[in-house]
Design a protein around this ligand. Structure first.
Ligand code: PLP
Length: 395
């Protein structure tokens, strides 16, 4: 087929040309004397994305799921009680992992379309006078439902209860794209992955840890091997890895961190907000609701849009791909068939978002959704023009 195939799933995201070129290299010797020239600055610079000043970041050759496992197995002990909440496929999978790894999981099930229940967290923490809860978990951005939760609110719940539990955050589809402040919010383990805001292929799992988490890992007794902090620290401090690192991805990471620094994190966050608003205005103009139940849950990296009763969202996604060479995200688990998702994170701009909206709009029409052609795209155009960084010159 002619022309680009468009990628608007919420990760993997589009990769900037500079990053692709930076990875187009011959294999290199990961034990060479010059290899630390690449890795040592990487270990330092990636901390800025997490706003982690006093801890460290581990870069695993894994996906985000590996970094989840690294966090739990290094910092906790079998049977530890943990407080988690489930409101989408990814928070569900994290709960599932915690259960399978042998922790005692106190899980709060929430309506899909909402996020971390801060009041309930606060209640449980206050009631836990003997401090049996060792960690609380927050999925900052539930990619399945397009819901962002309040990480600072989790910290406040811990502080108000004067509770020493660790704070674990899943930032796979948020860190590097929306506001995240590890040091200020007292986050102990922040998990991310290469294929979303970092604008890289999948294949690197990032785990940013606080000093408190590092100290906890020295006495925690869960078995760990591949993900061992100790092995990583010993090798990383010299600029190496305890096993074969994904050298090309590390070269790509160098390029992506440079691009992020060039644009600036705050500018990136406001770009994501502006683009997300365009998508939300489009959904509104189509007469469709977001899965996110209220504006406070709206995600600036992914929108999950509910289709009308009688329409299968899977058909919309299929139609967009087959007829218009455009990948949108489908509905997962409880929202299977009910939502389609537009990923609007990473390396993208207004016109790319408009492309995603035109494909979605055509596919919705083709699947029998009654809407005025051009309505969603038109609403987004109006928003982008009205909020353009380069103002329209006065006539
Ligand atoms: N957490 C969230 C919020 C995600 O969106 C994803 C993947 O999309 C994961 C965890 C799992 O990450 P990975 O697929 O990189 O293992």
């Amino acid at each position: 087929m002619a022309g680009f195939t468009h990628l608007f799933i919420p990760g993997p995201t589009n990769i900037p040309e500079q990053v692709r070129q930076a990875m187009n290299l011959p294999m290199e010797d990961m034990r060479a004397a010059t290899f630390p020239d690449l890795t040592l600055p990487l270990f330092e610079d990636i901390k800025r994305i997490f706003k982690n000043e006093t801890g460290r970041v581990f870069i695993y050759p894994s996906s985000g799921t590996g970094a989840w496992e690294a966090a739990m197995t290094n910092v906790l002990s079998p049977g530890d009680r943990v407080l988690m909440s489930r409101f989408g496929q990814f928070s569900h999978l994290w709960v599932d992992m915690a259960e399978r790894l042998g922790f005692e999981v106190d899980v709060i099930d929430c309506e899909w379309g909402t996020g971390v229940p801060l009041e309930l967290y606060a209640e449980r923490l206050k009631a836990d006078k003997t401090h049996r809860i060792k960690a609380i978990f927050c999925t900052q951005n539930e990619t399945a439902t397009g819901v962002t939760s309040d990480v600072a609110g989790c910290r406040a719940a811990l502080d108000d209860a004067n509770h020493p539990a660790l704070l674990f955050v899943d930032g796979v589809s948020s860190i590097g794209s929306i506001d995240f402040r590890q040091e200020e919010w007292g986050v102990d383990c922040a998990v991310s992955g290469s294929q979303k805001g970092f604008m890289l292929p999948a294949g690197l799992g990032f785990l940013s840890v606080s000093r408190k988490a590092l100290v906890a890992s020295r006495t925690a007794t869960h078995r760990r091997c591949f993900f061992s902090f100790e092995d990583m620290i010993r090798a990383n401090d010299a600029g190496y890895f305890p096993y074969t690192p994904a050298t090309q991805l590390l070269r790509g990471l160098r390029a992506s961190l440079d691009l992020i620094a060039e644009e600036g994190l705050e500018t990136i966050f406001s770009r994501h907000h502006r683009l997300a608003e365009g998508v939300r205005k489009a959904a509104d103009a189509w007469g469709l609701k977001l899965c996110a139940r209220a504006p406070k849950w709206h995600s600036d990296t992914v929108s999950a849009i509910l289709v009308p009763d009688g329409i299968d969202s899977g058909d919309v996604v299929k139609r967009a791909y087959q007829a218009y060479q455009t990948s949108l995200g489908g509905g997962l688990n409880k929202v299977f068939g009910k939502v389609f998702r537009i990923g609007h994170l990473g390396w993208l701009n207004e016109v790319m978002v408009l492309a995603s909206l035109s494909a979605a709009e055509m596919a919705l029409l083709d699947c029998g959704v009654r809407l005025a052609p051009g309505s969603g795209v038109g609403a987004a155009i109006q928003h982008f023009r009205a909020s353009a960084a380069v103002p329209v010159a006065e006539a």
